[in-house]
Design a protein around this ligand. Sequence first.
Ligand SMILES: [Zn+2]
Length: 333
Amino acid sequence: MQVLKRIVVAAVLVGGFAQAWGQAWVVRPEWVAAHEVFLSSDALGGRGSATRMEEIAANYVASEFEAYGLKTAPGLSGYLQSADVEQYMAQNGRQRVRLAEKPGKIKTFNAIGYLPGSDPAAGTILLTAHLDHLGTDPNEPGDAIYNGANDDASGTTAVLELAHALAAGPQLKRSVLFVCYGSEELGGLGSTYFGKHPPVPLKEIVTNVEFEMIGAQDPKMAKGVMLFSGWERSNLGPTLKEHGALVGPDPYPEQHFFQRSDNFSLALMGVVAHTAAGWGLVPTYHKANDDMQHLDLPYMTAAIQSLVEPMRWLASSDFVPAWNKGGQPKGRE
Ligand SMILES: [Zn+2]
């Protein structure tokens, strides 16, 4: 009994010191589940792009950022950034989904949290996901709510839990911006707006990793490993892998995943930006059954866990990710 007690006391002490030094952070499965329970609930009505429900989801992310101790980003007085969608869509010649049915000014919301680094000259790491989804479709038989538990409440959960982990550790050299975009499903509106109105100059953003649909394991990937879009385009994916991130080359180059998420908005502006994803062609993709029951929570939790120390390293190092020759997109491909 005494021996056991000593072991327990020692373990608690080691755990306490490890935590104080930013080591051995454990992403708890109940934290992951709790974000999903709220974000993918029927009560949030599928978080339709630029709807009141998207705004509620953005407010949830914003309040979590505040609870974790993140600061508001430079130049912002709160944790939300809003964009006028109608004006924006008119400018970009895009007209999709159900926006035309809605009267008045329509806004979309990005939730933004900021973790200031100790060296302002060392740049900023940008970790992102999208908080909107497809809303509801009254013409759909049965359950009309597109819960979007995987797309992209799972990525939003990854951003939240990485914020939780990094904010709880020692101060990092580089600053980290955590952003959950609105209106990705309308064609990357929130991320494009962010790229045009960044709280720090884009040239100071060292790199961007987007998290998309990490709630299910791709059968083509090794157990537990996420696909990393545009793997061969830069040295970022291989370097994160070397540091323990469960990421590997995207086995579906013909699907152009690199061009199909928010990372691409930033990549077009020159930022080395990729997406880490679970199952690229998951059967629930953009279906009403993309819900809690179809999530692989242990896979998702382990995936987020694998990113904590590599991201802490990235934000503490001098490593500057760079495009490989021909890897940087020159325009919409
Ligand atoms: Zn998505």
